[in-house]
Design a protein around this ligand. Structure first.
Ligand code: BYC
Length: 474
């Protein structure tokens, strides 16, 4: 059956004018829908969900709201408008015109970057597929589904690039993106954090706060790319990413609000009493934070990476805000400090900056995360509660890079295995923490009602009230 792509897939890439591409996508599309039905939000096929759909790249077009059944969501393909005469502004090709087709010598690396990016999108949908069963409100359920369909759109964005620019290998990679599965032992997703479970809503909010923030930084780095279609695609993806991080940050903020209210009501900071009252104690929240933050730090790759140097030198992947940096944008001869263990302590060591670009991006992410913690702590402070949250040291609980072989406390002290084992239950979520959080997860779906462990949001979506019926069950 042929599909009217202009009707079904909103796009600004003239799909209708490219028969080859259209045929390739016609073959991929039913497999995508099969994947969505198998691995997308559990039991949601008949729900009418009040969703935002991008139908254009301008101010009106990118946020069109209506009720949609998710398998019928119009996953569109959009490139942000291109600048005339854009030139590569970093690396060995600095000053040359950007590429509109893939340069042969960079083909394998570009494909690898696009596949790695693409792989995270369906992975996160798989990780979150059971959460609809335990949504704390209709408002939150809708936000979960919004994120899920947009991750689906981001997969389409990468599949478009693979199909349009990489011929047969691209089509094979696009197929493989539907075949890997998060957490599968035989055919897992590519990056570590995307094979972890997202078992409850506290994990979901931490994931969208921290891991979607990795998404922001990686997309910002790719938005600098000398391969113009990748730069323009990722720039448009960033408009959607902002809402995902909002869901995480505001979600945790609302959990904090509710916990602090009960702390004040009961005049206690005893986790056992708070748990008995049905809220999540701040120590448990801190342990979840420690886990999601450290797992996300690993997503930036090894602190020294020849891949990162090659990606930058060849103009494929820049730095965060590349254009705003006051240096030569070639970085040969420049150095950057990475951490290593020396005489039982963490010490900085200067290495060639080109090799340390994963660390440069990780440090930008750390700075941004410090801001987020500050906002959460402000929320606690306003309630008069004395406890505070903190980011663990960036060497804590690492599995990728030089620091992966070390045991490091959240405060940044290098410790031995015995000290780690003696404290790990105070630092990372325990089985008992997860079981407690799971025990709070019950489904609340009456408009305007919220589970007891989370405060309502200040405002609704698209200027609707908080008690709007954001999801209608078919
Ligand atoms: N887990 O030289 P290195 C998002 C592998 S999130 C497992 O440091 P490189 C989103 C690596 O593949 C953003 N393996 O690697 C968020 C390599 O393997 P090989 C996603 C890992 O290439 C929420 C080896 O270790 N986008 O959008 O410099 C919801 C050596 O490592 C990991 C991107 O990541 C890991 N964490 O850096 C939905 C952008 N890290 O070759 C979506 C594209 C490394 O030795 N990707 N390895 O077998 C990249 O730019 C790079 O691939 C990375 C890795 C920065 C990720």
């Amino acid at each position: 059956m042929s599909i009217d792509y202009n009707e079904k897939i909103p796009n600004n890439v003239n799909l209708a004018g490219d028969r080859t591409l259209q045929r390739a996508l016609e073959q991929w599309q039913p497999d995508f829908v099969d994947w969505w039905r198998e691995m997308g939000p559990d039991g949601s096929t008949n729900y009418d969900v009040y969703l935002r759909t991008a139908i254009g790249v301008d101010a009106e077009g990118w946020a069109h709201f209506d009720y949609v059944k998710m398998p019928d969501y119009r996953w569109g393909i959009f490139l942000a408008p291109g600048a005339d005469e854009r030139r590569i502004h970093f690396g060995d090709h600095l000053g040359e015109p950007v590429w509109q087709e893939v340069p042969g010598e960079h083909r394998a690396n570009l494909r690898r970057i696009i596949v790695t990016q693409g792989d995270t999108e369906p992975a996160s949908v798989e990780q979150q597929r059971h959460l609809g069963r335990t949504a704390p409100s209709l408002y939150d359920l809708r936000n979960l589904f919004q994120i899920n369909v947009e991750e689906g759109r981001h997969l389409w964005a990468m599949v478009y690039l693979l199909h349009r620019y990489f011929g047969r290998d691209g089509r094979e990679e696009a197929q493989a993106l539907l075949e890997r599965r998060s957490g599968d032992t035989d055919n897992p997703r590519i990056l570590g954090a995307f094979n972890e479970r997202t078992p409850d809503w506290l994990a979901f909010f931490m994931f969208t706060h921290f891991t979607d923030r990795d998404g922001k930084f990686q997309l910002k780095a790719l938005a600098e790319s000398g391969f113009d279609p990748l730069a323009r695609t990722t720039r448009f993806m960033l408009t959607e990413e902002a809402h995902h991080m909002f869901v995480g940050e505001a979600g945790i903020s609302r959990v904090i609000q509710r916990t602090c209210e009960v702390m004040n009501e009961l005049a206690t900071d005893d986790p056992a009493r708070l748990r008995a009252a049905g809220v999540i104690d701040l120590a448990t929240l801190q342990r979840y934070l420690n886990f999601h933050y450290s797992v996300t730090l690993d997503l930036f790759g090894a602190d020294e990476s020849s891949n990162a140097a090659i990606f930058y030198g060849s103009g494929l992947k820049g730095r965060f805000d590349e254009a705003r940096r006051a240096d030569d944008h070639r970085l040969r001869g420049a150095t950057y400090e990475v951490l290593e263990a020396k005489d039982g302590r963490l010490a900085p060591r200067a290495v060639p900056m080109l090799n340390a670009l994963n660390e440069v991006l990780r440090d930008d992410f750390v700075d941004d995360s410090v801001g987020g913690i500050g906002r959460w702590n402000k929320r606690i402070e306003k309630t008069g509660v004395a406890q505070r949250l903190a980011l663990p040291h960036k060497a804590f609980n690492r599995r990728i890079g030089t620091l992966s072989g070390l045991r490091v406390s959240p405060a940044g002290a290098v410790i031995d295995e015995a000290a780690w084992q003696a404290n790990v239950d105070a630092w990372l979520p325990t089985g008992a923490d997860r079981a407690f959080v799971a025990s709070l997860m019950g489904r609340v779906v009456e408009p305007g009602r919220f589970a007891g462990w989370i405060a309502p949001p200040a405002t609704g979506i698209d200027r609707h009230p908080v008690d709007f019926d954001y999801v209608r069950f078919g």
